[in-house]
Design a protein around this ligand. Structure first.
Ligand code: SRM
Ligand code: SF4
Length: 563
């Protein structure tokens, strides 16, 4: 039975239902030589295959003047559960970037790899190459469950391995059933799809995100996810997971119907119930999510519409059993730890600082080339952190020295020379590739941080880590509403300033000043930092301080986000 109602549902629902399980006319679009773009409906469908059509926004007006169509190209996102790739895989992915994209690889805030600037004629070869590495792009985007995040820290290795395996299992379990991907991109045999057992023919009303956190680390920002699993460990044994539902960051400026929301913890499930819980949460959202208004379609709105208790009851009805009471847990922070670390097995791991996850050669560092050389030599893994950094993991003791030398030779940072605030800062991609950007983020953050560091120095706060998260729009791709300082693009050079999220990712921030430029932002922060420097308590984070001192109200419930 289809969920589709042509009278009330959005056009995206029509596109999905008419797509023959995500096939649409993608193959025809790929062969159309007249344009660098794909057909309108395929624009939406390719997302389910891990691909976004974009155009270079730096060149838009020039091309318009020349009466040319925009310079279309595609962003491809791989599905990398838990962010783990082998060095061998990394090498393949980097080679593909060199051959087909703009020469960079991008690590995302959800532990995935992205290629930008791939032209239509190169799409199939790139996707086939990714598949040859034994990774894929299926369901990396689209109205389905996306890349499942997990804590990539090697310290807690045995539990980490288990948690990672759960990320992979959940990710695989929730993959769409359709074979469209293999047919279109890998010239696979045509196999008719007759059903999508989990999703149905209209898939989900909106994207769906899952993460697993391993306390005390909340680097995955588990409460920003539609579905979060929080590992409960006793006597070094993984017992199961607390379940958190209804997180999300996306919102629109000046639209109080939309808001970021922290997920609610609704119970605990043992390991044998994890897949059932993930599947049934999806099914409740599939059946009760809003298909009439896309901007209100995420699970967080479904939950607030139904009420959390009614949602939980519905979920238990779908599950056929009751969830156990949530267990105790405690998060310490949501950032990364940099530099070298040795685990009990004798292996080494090094967390690199990668500015906004962009792996590219520049004047400052031959990062791209250096990582390829390391990948050639290394036989362990490359793990992507949820904060856009890279961990070269499982380096055997005899290989450490050479890898260390390569890092130095290519001027690749392990965070030693960066300020704590820079190390904690995140920015989304924004210009020039993101079609939704209203202001710069990745390209502007380094300059902003230089100004901010001067301000910190003025108040003797250089050693204090303050989470700054900047995005080019309120969709929230760098989880800016969980930043102690959130800067969210309003227009070119103008940002809304948000304050008061916690360092642990358990409280949202709130609007402090609207539509201000760099000098105004610094002017607003100056007295707050002065106050912080003089009257903070021991170990008090900036986000907690501004709330204690009444500079801004605490927001733990998304419904209180707007004034
Ligand atoms: Fe995002 C849309 C980039 C993580 C919320 N996001 C986009 C698009 C695809 C723009 C578009 O739709 O045309 C951006 C592509 C830019 C580019 O050129 O690469 C984009 N999002 C990213 C990445 C690459 C940001 C980064 O700097 O790393 C992240 C890729 C993650 C991944 O590997 O899957 C990314 N996006 C997020 C997150 C963070 C997270 O999930 O932890 C969020 C907030 C959490 C959430 O989903 O609520 C996020 N992205 C959005 C939204 C708002 C969704 C909503 O509920 O309203 C959009 C817009 C949309 O879906 O319509 C969006
Ligand atoms: Fe684009 Fe906005 Fe996401 Fe930044 S937050 S990548 S500008 S959609």
């Amino acid at each position: 039975m289809s969920n589709y109602d042509p009278k009330t549902h959005t056009d995206v629902e029509r596109i999905k239902v008419e797509s023959n399980y995500l096939r649409g006319t993608i193959t025809e679009s790929l062969h159309d030589p007249v344009t660098g773009a794909v057909a309108d409906d395929d624009f939406m469908l390719i997302k389910f295959h891990g691909i976004y059509q974009q155009d270079d926004r730096d060149l838009r007006s020039e091309r318009r003047k020349q009466k040319l169509e925009p310079l279309y190209s595609f962003m491809i996102r791989a599905r990398v559960p838990g962010g783990i790739a082998t060095a061998k895989q990394y090498k393949i992915l980097a080679d593909l970037a060199k051959q087909y994209s703009n020469g960079s690889l991008r690590l995302t805030t959800r532990q995935a790899f992205q290629w930008h600037g791939v032209f239509k004629r190169n799409l199939k070869s790139t996707i086939a190459g990714i598949n040859e590495s034994l990774l894929d792009t299926i369901a990396a985007c689209g109205d389905v469950n996306r890349n499942v995040m997990a804590n990539p820290l090697p310290e807690s290795s045995q539990i980490h391995t288990e948690v990672y395996q759960w990320a992979k299992k959940i990710s695989d379990h929730l993959l769409p059933n359709t074979k469209a991907f293999h047919e279109i991109w890998l010239d696979g045999k045509k196999v008719e799809t007759t059903a999508e057992p989990v999703y149905g023919d209209t898939y989900l009303p909106r994207k769906f995100k899952t993460a697993i956190a391993l306390p005390p680390y909340n680097d995955v920002d588990v409460f920003a996810n539609d579905l979060g699993f929080i590992a409960i460990v006793e006597d070094n044994q993984l017992l199961g997971f607390n379940i958190a539902v209804g997180g999300g960051m996306g919102s629109s400026h000046n639209d109080n119907e939309t808001y970021p929301r922290i997920a609610d913890v609704i119970g605990f499930c043992s390991l044998d119930k994890v897949l059932a819980v993930s599947e049934q949460v999806i099914k409740v959202q599939r059946d009760f999510g809003n298909r009439r208004v896309r901007k209100l379609a995420r699970l967080k709105y479904t939950i607030d519409r139904l009420g959390i208790d009614a949602f939980k009851n519905k979920l238990e009805e779908y599950l056929g059993f009751k969830l156990q009471s949530a267990r105790k847990f405690e998060f310490e922070h949501n950032g990364d730890r940099y530099g070298w670390l040795q685990t009990e097995d004798g292996n080494w791991h090094v967390t690199l600082y990668i500015h906004s996850g962009r792996i590219i050669d520049s004047e400052a560092s031959s990062l791209f080339t250096g990582l390829v050389e390391i990948a050639d030599y290394h036989d362990g893994e490359f793990r992507i952190s949820p904060n856009q950094n890279l961990i070269i993991s499982n380096i055997s003791p005899d290989k450490k020295e050479h890898i260390e030398q390569l890092l130095i030779q290519h001027n690749i940072s392990i965070g030693a020379d960066e300020s704590p605030s820079r190390l904690n800062a995140l920015a989304c991609v924004a210009f020039p590739t993101c079609s939704l950007a209203m202001a710069e983020a990745e390209r502007y953050l380094p300059d902003f941080l230089t100004q901010f560091e001067s301000l910190l120095a003025k108040h003797n706060l250089n050693e204090q880590a303050i989470n700054i998260r900047m995005t080019g729009c309120p969709n929230g791709c760098a989880r800016p509403f969980l930043g102690e300082i959130g800067l969210i693009g309003k227009a070119l050079g103008k940002y809304n300033l948000y304050l008061g999220a916690s360092h642990k990712g358990v409280r949202l921030n709130k609007l402090y000043r609207e539509n201000i430029n760099e000098s105004q932002i610094l002017k607003e922060l100056d007295p707050l930092l002065a106050d912080y420097a003089s009257s903070r308590e021991d170990n008090e984070y900036f986000g907690d301080f501004v709330i204690r001192k009444g500079h801004i109200q605490a927001v733990v419930n998304g419904l209180d986000f707007h004034p």
